[in-house]
Design a binder for this molecule. Structure first.
Ligand code: DAT
Ligand code: MG
Length: 151
């Protein structure tokens, strides 16, 4: 059984548009294991660190303003191929290119309001998890249904 982890974060539009329950339910139903969860109003400094790779982009300041405009719901989900699975469940960066059945394909229209973040690699997932969570905020637990999710 894999212990790959990914960082998933519902953005302020997802919270305002009452999509929190649905998004969590999609990950739960998929079979991934929730190992951390918190609602959080992030500082601009933290968001600038999170999106550091995009700091030279023209949309960077708009992105930081949007992400700091309300609370976020931060999560860690664990399981087989968690990172790529999370990205598949999100869809593409631009909702227009996201298929129906994905989170961005089902719930949004504009690239600047795409409701949910997901780590894009195992390395960035580990960095993001420890940027947003303290070690003791991660729960180590065994899912009793693991034998029905993994051969
Ligand atoms: P993703 O969130 O799919 O990993 P990313 O890391 O390239 O995409 O960009 C982070 C966020 O920045 C993205 O979710 C929305 C915003 N963004 C990306 N490209 C953009 C663009 N061309 N115009 C406006 N916002 C953009
Ligand atoms: Mg990204």
């Amino acid at each position: 059984m894999s212990s790959e982890r990914t960082f998933i974060m519902i953005k302020p539009d997802g919270v305002q548009r009452t999509l929190v329950g649905d998004i969590i339910q999609r990950f739960e139903k998929k079979g991934l294991k929730l190992t951390a969860l918190k609602m959080f109003q992030a500082s601009m400094d933290l968001l600038r660190q999170h999106y550091n790779d995009l700091s030279s982009k023209s949309f960077f300041e708009d992105l930081i303003n949007y992400m700091s405009s309300g609370p976020l719901v931060c999560m860690v989900w664990e399981g087989l191929n968690a990172v790529k699975t999370g990205r598949q469940m999100l869809g593409e960066t631009d909702p227009f290119n996201s298929l129906p059945g994905t989170i961005r394909g089902d719930y949004c229209l504009h690239i600047g309001r795409n409701v949910c973040h997901g780590s894009d690699s195992i390395d960035s997932a580990e960095k993001e998890i420890y940027l947003w969570f303290k070690k003791d905020e991660l729960c180590l637990w065994s899912k009793t249904t693991a034998q029905w999710l993994y051969e």
